[in-house]
Design a protein around this ligand. Structure first.
Ligand code: ADP
Ligand code: MG
Length: 656
C-alpha cells in the first residue's frame, strides 16, 4: 500500500468543487441563491460565451462586510447556520458554505461588495483558490460577483463543457426556474450582450410565469391551491387540453427552493388521471410549503434533491391542489377533502372527482397512408386492380425466358396487396409451361408497368400472400381492436399499433426525399430552455425529417413546415416530444435521433385507439396489413395483432 497523504487544501477544494460546480449553470444557480438569501429584490445576471468566460451577478442585498470577505471563500464557512440544530430546519437556500470556495477553486473570481452599515465597499479577487487582492472599492450597497474563465486550470473539466450556446441555454433554464421560485424579486438576464429576460418582481406568480414563458403558455394555466396537514401548495397547473408529451414543463419548488420531486410528479399524474390521455402530462408551477423541520435538503451538494419526513402528506397536497384546480377552473376554491390513504388506494379519490375529456373527433384513417401515391393511387389503384388483377410471374419458356409475363392472379387481391404484388421482385420459382399457359389464356388488355419505385411496400423476401376469400371482417372491440377471420384464424388487430408501424416504415423509406407541407399558420412552440437548446442543436436533423423549424427567441421555436402525415394541431406536441427525447438521450447518434423523429411522427399521425373507424376503413386496413408480411410489430416492439386458431378457441370453451 502506498503512503496515505493528507491532500493539500487546494486539491481538496478542487475535489469538493466537482460536486457543486459542474458547468456555468451550476455557478449561476449558487450565486443567485446567495443573492436571494442576502435579501435582494433586484438581481442582474450577465453571461458571455455561455458563462464559460464571464458570469456577472449583481444584487442589492445585504452585502458582505470587509471583515467577513475572506471567510466567505473558505470551505464550509457560512453565515446561515451555526449549530447542528440549525441543520434540522433550514430557512435559507444556502447552508453548506461551499459555493464561493468551490467556484473560486476552479475560476477567477472578483467581488465588489458593500454591507448595509459600511461607508466604503470592498474589492476582493481570488484566482484558483489564491487571494490576489483585497482593497477598498466605491460601490453601491449589495454585491457584484464576476466569475471569469471557468475551469481554466482544469482542462479535464473544460472538456465536458458543451458549445457556448448549449451552456447559455442551461444558464437560461436556471434563471427561469430561480425567477419562478421568487416572483417578488426582479431578475434581469443579459445573454451575450442582449437582455433576454426581465421579471417585474411584483410578487404575482402568474405575471412572473408570463414574463418568463410568454402569454401562450400562461393563458393555459389554472390556479391550484391546497392547504392541509401542515402542507400548503400554491401555484398553477395547465388545463388538461394544454398537456404536453413529457414532464419538462413541470416545476416544483419547496419553500421557494427549486427541487426535483418524484412524489410531486406522481401526485400530479394521479390528479389528472382521467383528465388527460395516457402519455400526456400537465405542466405546473407549484410551490410546496412545509415546516423546514419536516424536510431534509442536505441530501446532495446541489440541494435540489430533498427528503420529506411525510411523503404521503406532500403527495396528497399536490393531488388535491390539482383536483381543486380541475374542479374550479379559473377560480381557486378548495374542494372538501375526502380523507383517503392515497398510498394505499390512489385511484379512489381520483374517481370521486372524475373529470373526463371529450373524445377526440375521429380522424380519417386513410389520410396518412401512401401520400405519395394518394393522388393517383388509392382510388385509381382499386380500379387498376379490378381491371387487371395482375401478378408478375416469370415463365419458363425458351423464347420468353428473360421476359417476365404478367398474368391474372388466381385470387383477387385487395388494392394494397395488388401494389405489393406489382412491387415485389418476381418469384424465382419457375412455373411449368402448362401452368403458365393456363395463366396466359387471359392476358390483360395492357400490361401494367412494373414500377417498384412508387411502391408502398418494400421489397420483401416473402411472397405476397393475401387471399381475399379467406378474409372476413368481424368487427371492432373497444374502438381499438379490429377483429377478423383470416386463413382459419381469428385475428385481433391493434389498429393504432399497426397503423403506426405502417407510417413509420413509410417515413423511413422516404428518408430525405419527403415533400413537407407548408403550414398555413406557422406554429410557435414554447419549450423549457433545455428542450429549446436541444431543438436548436438538431435543427438540421429536423429539416431532413420534413420540419422547417426556426429559432423564435427566448425559449420559443416557430415551425413553418412539417411532414405531410401530421395535422397542424399536433405540431406543437410532436415538437415537444422530440425535444424531450433530444434532452433525455443527448448521446444518441444521428441515426437513432432520426428514428425517434419517425416514431413521434408515426405515433402522432396513426389512428388513435378509441377513435371511430367505419367498417369499410376497418376492412381496407386489415387487408392492407395482412398483405404486408413485414409489419408484425409496432415501432415500440409490441405486436400489431394477436391470433387464435379455431381450435384454441374451442379448447377454451371445452368443446375439444
Ligand atoms: P452558503 O450560501 O452555503 O452559506 P456560500 O459559499 O455560497 O455558502 O457563501 C458563503 C457566505 O458568503 C454566505 O454564507 C454569505 O454570508 C456570504 N455571501 C455570499 N454571497 C453573498 C451575497 N450575494 N450577498 C451577501 N452575502 C453573500
Ligand atoms: Mg450559497
Amino acid at each position: 500500500m502506498a503512503k496515505i497523504n493528507v491532500l493539500p487544501k487546494h486539491l481538496a477544494e478542487l475535489i469538493a468543487a466537482g460536486e457543486v460546480v459542474e458547468r456555468p449553470a451550476s455557478v449561476v444557480k449558487e450565486l443567485l441563491e446567495n443573492s436571494i438569501d442576502a435579501g435582494a429584490d433586484t438581481v442582474t445576471v450577465e453571461i458571455k460565451n455561455g458563462g464559460i468566460s464571464y458570469i456577472r451577478i449583481t444584487d442589492n442585498g445585504c452585502g458582505i462586510s470587509r471583515d467577513d470577505i475572506r471567510n466567505a471563500f473558505v470551505s464550509h464557512a457560512t453565515s446561515k447556520i451555526s449549530t447542528s440544530d440549525d441543520l434540522e430546519s433550514i430557512f435559507t437556500l444556502g447552508f453548506r458554505g461551499e459555493a464561493l470556495a468551490s467556484v473560486s477553486a476552479v475560476a477567477k473570481v472578483e467581488v465588489m461588495t458593500r454591507a448595509d452599515d459600511e461607508d466604503i465597499g470592498t474589492r476582493y479577487v481570488v484566482e484558483a483558490g489564491e487571494e490576489i487582492l483585497l482593497d477598498d472599492a466605491g460601490c453601491p450597497k449589495g454585491t457584484t460577483i464576476i466569475v471569469r474563465d471557468l475551469f481554466w486550470k482544469t482542462p479535464a473539466r473544460m472538456k465536458f463543457l458543451k458549445k457556448d450556446v448549449t451552456e447559455a441555454n442551461a444558464v437560461a433554464g436556471v434563471v427561469d426556474r430561480i425567477a419562478l421560485s421568487h416572483p417578488e424579486i426582479s431578475f434581469r438576464f443579459i445573454r451575450e450582450g442582449k437582455q433576454v429576460l426581465v421579471t417585474s418582481g411584483k410578487g404575482d406568480l402568474l405575471t412572473c410565469i408570463r414574463e418568463i414563458f410568454g402569454k401562450d403558455f400562461s393563458s393555459d394555466l389554472i390556479p391550484a391551491e391546497y392547504n392541509g396537514s401542515g402542507v400548503e401548495v400554491k401555484g398553477f397547473v395547465s388545463k388538461p387540453s394544454a398537456s404536453r408529451p413529457n414532464r419538462n414543463m413541470q416545476f416544483f419548488f419547496l419553500n421557494n427552493r427549486l427541487i426535483k420531486t418524484g412524489t410531486g410528479s406522481a401526485a400530479i399524474g394521479e390528479g389528472y388521471k382521467n383528465s388527460v390521455m395516457v402519455g400526456k402530462f400537465p405542466s405546473c408551477v407549484l410551490n410546496i410549503k412545509v415546516n423546514p423541520s419536516q424536510v431534509d435538503v442536505n441530501v446532495h451538494p446541489a440541494k435540489t434533491e430533498v427528503r420529506f419526513s411525510d411523503e404521503k402528506a406532500i403527495f396528497n397536497a399536490v393531488f388535491y391542489a390539482c383536483k381543486n384546480a380541475l374542479a374550479n377552473g379559473d377560480t381557486p376554491k378548495q374542494v372538501n377533502r375526502p380523507v383517503v390513504d392515497f398510498f394505499k388506494s390512489p385511484e379512489k379519490p381520483a374517481e370521486q372527482l372524475k373529470i373526463s375529456t371529450p373524445p377526440k373527433p375521429a380522424t380519417d384513417f386513410w389520410q396518412h397512408i401512401p401520400k405519395k401515391e394518394s393522388a393517383d393511387s388509392v382510388a385509381p389503384v382499386i380500379k387498376k386492380t379490378e381491371q387487371h388483377q395482375v401478378k408478375v410471374v416469370p415463365v419458363v419458356n425458351t423464347s420468353e425466358q428473360s421476359q417476365p409475363k404478367v398474368a391474372p392472379a388466381e385470387t383477387k387481391p385487395s388494392d394494397i396487396s395488388s401494389r405489393f404484388v406489382v412491387a415485389s421482385s418476381p418469384s424465382t420459382e419457375p412455373v411449368s409451361e402448362g401452368k403458365s399457359e393456363d395463366i396466359l389464356l387471359n392476358p390483360p388488355p395492357v400490361a401494367p408497368t412494373v414500377e417498384p419505385s412508387v411502391s408502398f411496400i418494400p421489397e420483401s423476401e416473402e411472397k405476397p400472400c393475401f387471399e381475399e376469400e379467406e378474409f372476413n371482417l368481424v368487427g371492432e372491440a373497444f374502438r381499438t381492436y379490429i377483429i377478423c377471420e383470416y386463413k382459419g384464424k381469428m385475428l385481433i388487430i391493434d389498429k393504432h399499433a399497426a397503423h403506426e408501424r405502417i407510417i413509420y416504415e413509410k417515413l423511413k423509406r422516404e428518408n430525405g426525399e419527403r415533400t413537407p407541407q407548408l403550414l398555413l399558420i406557422p406554429v410557435t412552440v414554447t419549450l423549457s430552455k433545455e428542450e429549446y437548446s436541444a431543438i436548436l442543436d438538431n435543427i438540421d436533423l429536423l429539416d431532413e425529417s420534413g420540419f422547417d423549424v426556426e429559432d423564435f427567441g427566448n425559449g420559443c421555436v416557430i415551425v413553418r413546415e412539417c411532414p405531410m402525415e401530421i395535422s397542424a394541431d399536433d405540431v406543437q406536441d410532436v415538437i415537444c416530444e422530440i425535444a424531450g427525447r433530444f434532452v433525455e438521450k443527448k448521446q444518441d447518434v444521428t441515426f437513432e435521433k432520426m428514428d425517434w423523429i419517425f416514431h413521434s411522427v408515426a405515433c402522432r399521425s396513426a389512428i388513435k385507439a378509441g377513435n371511430f373507424t367505419s367498417r369499410l376503413e376497418m376492412e381496407r386496413f386489415a387487408k392492407q396489413l395482412l398483405s404486408m408480411p413485414d409489419i408484425r410489430y409496432c415501432p415500440h416492439g409490441r405486436p400489431v395483432f394477436i391470433e387464435m386458431t379455431k381450435r384454441e378457441l374451442e379448447k377454451n370453451f371445452g368443446r375439444v
